[in-house]
Ligand binder design. Structure first.
Ligand SMILES: Nc1nc2c(ncn2[C@@H]2O[C@H](COP(=O)(O)OP(=O)(O)OP(=O)(O)O)[C@@H](O)[C@H]2O)c(=O)[nH]1
Ligand SMILES: [Mg+2]
Length: 300
Protein backbone atom coordinates (compact mmCIF):
# COMPACT_ATOMS: atom_id res chain seq x y z
CA UNK A 1 0.00 0.00 0.00
CA UNK A 2 1.60 3.28 -1.05
CA UNK A 3 1.16 6.37 1.14
CA UNK A 4 0.02 8.62 -1.72
CA UNK A 5 -3.02 6.66 -2.78
CA UNK A 6 -4.28 5.31 0.52
CA UNK A 7 -7.62 6.55 1.78
CA UNK A 8 -9.44 6.46 5.10
CA UNK A 9 -12.58 8.09 6.41
CA UNK A 10 -15.65 7.84 8.60
CA UNK A 11 -19.11 6.91 7.39
CA UNK A 12 -21.99 7.41 9.82
CA UNK A 13 -24.64 4.77 9.25
CA UNK A 14 -27.90 6.24 10.52
CA UNK A 15 -31.61 5.53 10.22
CA UNK A 16 -34.76 4.45 12.01
CA UNK A 17 -34.70 1.44 14.34
CA UNK A 18 -34.79 -1.89 12.50
CA UNK A 19 -33.81 -0.40 9.11
CA UNK A 20 -30.95 -2.89 8.82
CA UNK A 21 -27.99 -0.65 9.75
CA UNK A 22 -26.13 -3.27 11.77
CA UNK A 23 -26.82 -5.96 9.17
CA UNK A 24 -25.32 -3.64 6.54
CA UNK A 25 -22.24 -2.82 8.63
CA UNK A 26 -21.60 -6.55 9.12
CA UNK A 27 -22.05 -7.18 5.39
CA UNK A 28 -19.62 -4.40 4.46
CA UNK A 29 -17.02 -5.52 7.02
CA UNK A 30 -17.44 -9.12 5.88
CA UNK A 31 -17.92 -10.50 9.37
CA UNK A 32 -20.18 -10.02 12.33
CA UNK A 33 -19.15 -7.08 14.49
CA UNK A 34 -22.59 -5.73 15.44
CA UNK A 35 -25.55 -7.61 16.85
CA UNK A 36 -28.77 -7.86 14.88
CA UNK A 37 -32.36 -8.72 15.76
CA UNK A 38 -35.85 -8.50 14.28
CA UNK A 39 -36.78 -6.15 17.13
CA UNK A 40 -36.35 -2.38 17.12
CA UNK A 41 -33.71 -0.63 19.24
CA UNK A 42 -31.20 -3.44 19.23
CA UNK A 43 -28.08 -1.28 18.88
CA UNK A 44 -27.49 0.80 22.00
CA UNK A 45 -24.18 2.56 21.52
CA UNK A 46 -22.01 3.61 18.61
CA UNK A 47 -19.77 0.87 17.32
CA UNK A 48 -17.27 1.08 14.53
CA UNK A 49 -16.91 -1.63 11.94
CA UNK A 50 -13.87 -1.46 9.67
CA UNK A 51 -14.22 -2.40 6.01
CA UNK A 52 -11.36 -2.49 3.55
CA UNK A 53 -11.47 -2.23 -0.20
CA UNK A 54 -8.18 -2.04 -2.10
CA UNK A 55 -6.36 1.06 -0.77
CA UNK A 56 -9.29 2.36 1.28
CA UNK A 57 -10.17 1.88 4.89
CA UNK A 58 -13.85 2.60 5.47
CA UNK A 59 -14.67 3.27 9.11
CA UNK A 60 -18.38 2.53 9.46
CA UNK A 61 -20.01 3.98 12.52
CA UNK A 62 -23.06 1.86 13.34
CA UNK A 63 -25.47 3.91 15.44
CA UNK A 64 -28.62 3.26 17.46
CA UNK A 65 -31.84 3.78 15.52
CA UNK A 66 -33.24 7.30 15.79
CA UNK A 67 -36.70 7.45 17.37
CA UNK A 68 -38.79 9.55 19.73
CA UNK A 69 -36.93 9.29 23.04
CA UNK A 70 -38.90 8.72 26.24
CA UNK A 71 -36.55 7.46 28.91
CA UNK A 72 -33.02 8.50 29.77
CA UNK A 73 -31.60 5.48 27.96
CA UNK A 74 -33.54 6.51 24.82
CA UNK A 75 -32.13 10.00 24.96
CA UNK A 76 -28.58 8.69 25.34
CA UNK A 77 -29.07 6.35 22.38
CA UNK A 78 -30.48 9.00 20.08
CA UNK A 79 -27.75 11.47 21.11
CA UNK A 80 -25.15 8.82 20.25
CA UNK A 81 -26.70 8.40 16.81
CA UNK A 82 -26.70 12.10 15.93
CA UNK A 83 -23.22 12.43 17.44
CA UNK A 84 -22.04 9.78 15.01
CA UNK A 85 -23.38 11.81 12.10
CA UNK A 86 -21.69 15.00 13.28
CA UNK A 87 -18.11 13.78 12.98
CA UNK A 88 -18.38 11.80 9.78
CA UNK A 89 -16.96 12.41 6.30
CA UNK A 90 -20.16 11.04 4.85
CA UNK A 91 -23.62 10.17 6.17
CA UNK A 92 -25.25 6.98 4.91
CA UNK A 93 -28.97 7.02 5.64
CA UNK A 94 -30.39 3.48 5.67
CA UNK A 95 -34.10 3.21 4.99
CA UNK A 96 -36.28 0.12 5.23
CA UNK A 97 -37.78 0.37 1.76
CA UNK A 98 -40.68 -1.86 2.78
CA UNK A 99 -41.60 0.56 5.58
CA UNK A 100 -41.09 3.57 3.30
CA UNK A 101 -41.14 7.22 4.27
CA UNK A 102 -43.02 6.81 7.57
CA UNK A 103 -43.18 9.24 10.49
CA UNK A 104 -39.97 7.97 12.02
CA UNK A 105 -38.04 8.46 8.79
CA UNK A 106 -39.66 11.87 8.25
CA UNK A 107 -38.24 13.03 11.57
CA UNK A 108 -34.74 11.92 10.62
CA UNK A 109 -35.09 13.56 7.22
CA UNK A 110 -36.04 16.81 8.97
CA UNK A 111 -33.00 16.48 11.24
CA UNK A 112 -30.73 15.87 8.26
CA UNK A 113 -31.95 18.91 6.38
CA UNK A 114 -30.35 21.00 9.10
CA UNK A 115 -27.00 19.28 8.74
CA UNK A 116 -24.84 20.02 5.73
CA UNK A 117 -23.16 16.71 4.94
CA UNK A 118 -22.44 14.68 1.90
CA UNK A 119 -25.46 12.38 2.14
CA UNK A 120 -25.93 8.97 0.55
CA UNK A 121 -29.05 6.87 0.89
CA UNK A 122 -29.31 3.09 0.98
CA UNK A 123 -32.80 1.75 0.35
CA UNK A 124 -32.60 -1.60 2.12
CA UNK A 125 -34.66 -4.81 2.08
CA UNK A 126 -35.24 -4.69 -1.68
CA UNK A 127 -35.73 -8.45 -1.49
CA UNK A 128 -39.17 -7.91 0.06
CA UNK A 129 -40.49 -4.99 -1.98
CA UNK A 130 -41.93 -4.55 -5.46
CA UNK A 131 -39.97 -2.50 -8.00
CA UNK A 132 -42.51 0.31 -8.69
CA UNK A 133 -42.81 1.15 -5.00
CA UNK A 134 -39.04 1.23 -4.73
CA UNK A 135 -38.60 3.64 -7.63
CA UNK A 136 -41.31 5.95 -6.27
CA UNK A 137 -39.59 6.05 -2.90
CA UNK A 138 -36.19 6.72 -4.49
CA UNK A 139 -37.59 9.65 -6.46
CA UNK A 140 -39.36 11.11 -3.45
CA UNK A 141 -36.21 10.96 -1.33
CA UNK A 142 -34.00 12.36 -4.06
CA UNK A 143 -36.27 15.36 -4.38
CA UNK A 144 -36.46 15.97 -0.65
CA UNK A 145 -32.89 15.34 0.47
CA UNK A 146 -30.82 15.79 -2.69
CA UNK A 147 -28.45 12.97 -1.76
CA UNK A 148 -25.28 12.53 -3.79
CA UNK A 149 -26.15 8.89 -4.39
CA UNK A 150 -28.97 6.43 -3.83
CA UNK A 151 -28.36 2.67 -3.62
CA UNK A 152 -30.88 -0.14 -3.65
CA UNK A 153 -29.63 -3.00 -1.57
CA UNK A 154 -30.44 -6.08 0.43
CA UNK A 155 -28.04 -6.05 3.36
CA UNK A 156 -29.28 -9.47 4.46
CA UNK A 157 -28.77 -11.11 1.07
CA UNK A 158 -25.78 -9.08 -0.06
CA UNK A 159 -27.45 -7.61 -3.14
CA UNK A 160 -25.89 -4.26 -4.08
CA UNK A 161 -23.56 -4.31 -1.08
CA UNK A 162 -20.45 -4.84 -3.21
CA UNK A 163 -21.20 -1.81 -5.40
CA UNK A 164 -21.89 0.32 -2.34
CA UNK A 165 -18.57 -0.74 -0.84
CA UNK A 166 -16.62 0.14 -4.00
CA UNK A 167 -18.23 3.60 -4.12
CA UNK A 168 -17.64 4.22 -0.41
CA UNK A 169 -14.00 3.25 -0.84
CA UNK A 170 -13.62 5.77 -3.65
CA UNK A 171 -15.27 8.53 -1.63
CA UNK A 172 -12.95 8.31 1.37
CA UNK A 173 -10.51 11.19 1.76
CA UNK A 174 -6.89 10.54 0.88
CA UNK A 175 -4.69 9.83 3.85
CA UNK A 176 -3.02 7.08 5.84
CA UNK A 177 -5.07 4.26 7.31
CA UNK A 178 -6.25 4.98 10.83
CA UNK A 179 -6.39 1.40 12.13
CA UNK A 180 -4.21 -1.69 11.67
CA UNK A 181 -5.29 -3.68 8.61
CA UNK A 182 -6.39 -6.75 10.59
CA UNK A 183 -8.71 -4.80 12.89
CA UNK A 184 -12.46 -5.19 12.18
CA UNK A 185 -13.97 -3.14 15.00
CA UNK A 186 -13.15 -0.63 17.71
CA UNK A 187 -15.01 -2.68 20.32
CA UNK A 188 -13.05 -4.78 22.81
CA UNK A 189 -13.61 -8.54 23.02
CA UNK A 190 -15.35 -7.98 26.34
CA UNK A 191 -17.81 -5.55 24.83
CA UNK A 192 -18.51 -7.81 21.88
CA UNK A 193 -18.99 -10.81 24.19
CA UNK A 194 -21.48 -8.86 26.33
CA UNK A 195 -23.32 -7.78 23.18
CA UNK A 196 -23.47 -11.35 21.88
CA UNK A 197 -25.17 -12.43 25.11
CA UNK A 198 -27.58 -9.50 24.87
CA UNK A 199 -28.35 -10.51 21.28
CA UNK A 200 -29.52 -13.91 22.52
CA UNK A 201 -31.62 -12.28 25.23
CA UNK A 202 -33.26 -9.99 22.67
CA UNK A 203 -33.93 -12.90 20.35
CA UNK A 204 -35.15 -15.37 22.98
CA UNK A 205 -37.37 -13.05 25.00
CA UNK A 206 -40.37 -10.92 24.20
CA UNK A 207 -42.12 -7.69 25.07
CA UNK A 208 -40.32 -5.06 27.10
CA UNK A 209 -37.82 -7.44 28.59
CA UNK A 210 -34.92 -7.12 26.17
CA UNK A 211 -35.13 -3.39 26.50
CA UNK A 212 -34.92 -3.56 30.29
CA UNK A 213 -31.76 -5.64 30.20
CA UNK A 214 -28.08 -4.85 30.34
CA UNK A 215 -25.19 -7.32 30.26
CA UNK A 216 -22.02 -6.60 32.23
CA UNK A 217 -18.72 -8.46 32.32
CA UNK A 218 -17.85 -9.50 35.87
CA UNK A 219 -14.66 -11.47 35.27
CA UNK A 220 -12.65 -12.59 32.25
CA UNK A 221 -9.80 -15.07 32.38
CA UNK A 222 -7.74 -16.29 29.40
CA UNK A 223 -6.45 -19.59 30.75
CA UNK A 224 -3.18 -21.16 29.70
CA UNK A 225 -4.97 -24.26 28.45
CA UNK A 226 -6.44 -22.10 25.66
CA UNK A 227 -9.90 -21.64 27.15
CA UNK A 228 -11.46 -18.34 28.23
CA UNK A 229 -13.63 -18.26 31.35
CA UNK A 230 -16.19 -15.46 31.34
CA UNK A 231 -18.67 -14.45 34.01
CA UNK A 232 -21.36 -12.04 32.89
CA UNK A 233 -24.12 -10.43 34.89
CA UNK A 234 -27.53 -9.82 33.37
CA UNK A 235 -29.24 -6.87 35.02
CA UNK A 236 -33.02 -6.61 34.88
CA UNK A 237 -35.38 -4.14 36.51
CA UNK A 238 -37.82 -6.44 38.34
CA UNK A 239 -38.05 -9.84 40.07
CA UNK A 240 -40.70 -10.96 37.59
CA UNK A 241 -38.25 -10.26 34.74
CA UNK A 242 -35.55 -12.22 36.49
CA UNK A 243 -37.89 -15.22 36.63
CA UNK A 244 -38.60 -14.92 32.89
CA UNK A 245 -34.91 -14.73 31.96
CA UNK A 246 -34.10 -17.77 34.09
CA UNK A 247 -37.11 -19.77 32.87
CA UNK A 248 -38.57 -22.96 34.25
CA UNK A 249 -35.87 -24.85 36.11
CA UNK A 250 -33.27 -22.52 34.58
CA UNK A 251 -34.05 -23.71 31.07
CA UNK A 252 -34.16 -20.35 29.32
CA UNK A 253 -30.95 -19.06 30.83
CA UNK A 254 -29.32 -22.31 29.81
CA UNK A 255 -30.40 -21.85 26.19
CA UNK A 256 -29.25 -18.21 26.16
CA UNK A 257 -25.91 -19.24 27.67
CA UNK A 258 -25.34 -22.11 25.24
CA UNK A 259 -26.09 -20.00 22.15
CA UNK A 260 -24.07 -17.00 23.39
CA UNK A 261 -21.12 -19.24 24.29
CA UNK A 262 -21.05 -20.62 20.76
CA UNK A 263 -21.06 -17.13 19.23
CA UNK A 264 -18.41 -15.83 21.63
CA UNK A 265 -16.17 -18.85 21.00
CA UNK A 266 -16.47 -18.24 17.27
CA UNK A 267 -15.60 -14.58 17.70
CA UNK A 268 -12.58 -15.26 19.94
CA UNK A 269 -11.41 -18.39 18.15
CA UNK A 270 -10.99 -20.01 21.57
CA UNK A 271 -12.87 -22.44 23.75
CA UNK A 272 -15.20 -20.54 26.06
CA UNK A 273 -16.75 -21.30 29.43
CA UNK A 274 -19.57 -18.84 29.99
CA UNK A 275 -21.33 -18.28 33.30
CA UNK A 276 -24.41 -16.06 33.45
CA UNK A 277 -25.88 -14.54 36.60
CA UNK A 278 -29.15 -12.62 36.72
CA UNK A 279 -29.50 -9.72 39.12
CA UNK A 280 -32.33 -7.28 39.80
CA UNK A 281 -31.49 -3.59 39.85
CA UNK A 282 -34.68 -1.52 39.54
CA UNK A 283 -32.84 1.64 38.54
CA UNK A 284 -29.95 0.51 36.42
CA UNK A 285 -31.01 2.95 33.72
CA UNK A 286 -30.31 5.78 36.17
CA UNK A 287 -26.81 4.51 37.01
CA UNK A 288 -24.06 6.55 35.35
CA UNK A 289 -21.43 3.82 35.60
CA UNK A 290 -23.59 1.46 33.55
CA UNK A 291 -23.88 4.00 30.74
CA UNK A 292 -20.12 4.31 30.70
CA UNK A 293 -19.81 0.55 30.51
CA UNK A 294 -22.13 0.20 27.54
CA UNK A 295 -20.42 3.08 25.75
CA UNK A 296 -23.05 5.80 26.10
CA UNK A 297 -22.77 9.36 27.30
CA UNK A 298 -25.03 10.29 30.18
CA UNK A 299 -27.99 12.25 28.75
CA UNK A 300 -29.57 14.95 30.91
N1 LIG B 1 -35.73 -9.01 4.32
C1 LIG B 1 -34.67 -8.34 4.77
N2 LIG B 1 -34.47 -8.20 6.08
C2 LIG B 1 -33.39 -7.50 6.48
C3 LIG B 1 -32.47 -6.91 5.58
N3 LIG B 1 -31.52 -6.27 6.29
C4 LIG B 1 -31.82 -6.45 7.59
N4 LIG B 1 -32.94 -7.18 7.73
C5 LIG B 1 -33.60 -7.61 8.97
O1 LIG B 1 -34.10 -6.47 9.65
C6 LIG B 1 -34.02 -6.66 11.07
C7 LIG B 1 -33.28 -5.50 11.72
O2 LIG B 1 -31.93 -5.55 11.34
P1 LIG B 1 -30.80 -4.75 12.16
O3 LIG B 1 -29.57 -4.81 11.34
O4 LIG B 1 -30.75 -5.21 13.56
O5 LIG B 1 -31.42 -3.28 12.10
P2 LIG B 1 -30.84 -1.93 12.78
O6 LIG B 1 -31.17 -0.83 11.83
O7 LIG B 1 -29.43 -2.10 13.14
O8 LIG B 1 -31.78 -1.83 14.07
P3 LIG B 1 -31.50 -1.01 15.47
O9 LIG B 1 -30.16 -1.41 15.97
O10 LIG B 1 -32.61 -1.49 16.35
O11 LIG B 1 -31.62 0.44 15.16
C8 LIG B 1 -33.33 -8.01 11.28
O12 LIG B 1 -34.33 -8.99 11.51
C9 LIG B 1 -32.62 -8.23 9.96
O13 LIG B 1 -32.43 -9.61 9.68
C10 LIG B 1 -32.71 -7.10 4.18
O14 LIG B 1 -31.97 -6.67 3.32
N5 LIG B 1 -33.83 -7.82 3.83
MG1 LIG C 1 -28.49 -1.97 14.95
Amino acid sequence: MSEETSRAGFVAVIGAPNAGKSTLVNALVGQKVAIVSPKAQTTRARLMGIAIHQQSQILLVDTPGIFEPKRRLDRAMVAAAWGGAGDADLVLLVIDAAAGLNREVEKIVAGLEERAHPLWIALNKVDIIKKPKLLGLAMQLTERLKPEKVFMISAAQGEGVGDLKVDLAGAMPEGPWLYPEDEVSDATDRMIAAELTREQIVNQLHQELPYATVVETETWEDREDGATVIHQQILVERDSQKAIVIGKGGSRLKTIGALAREEIAQHLGRKVHLFLHVKVNPRWDEDRSIYREIGLEWAD
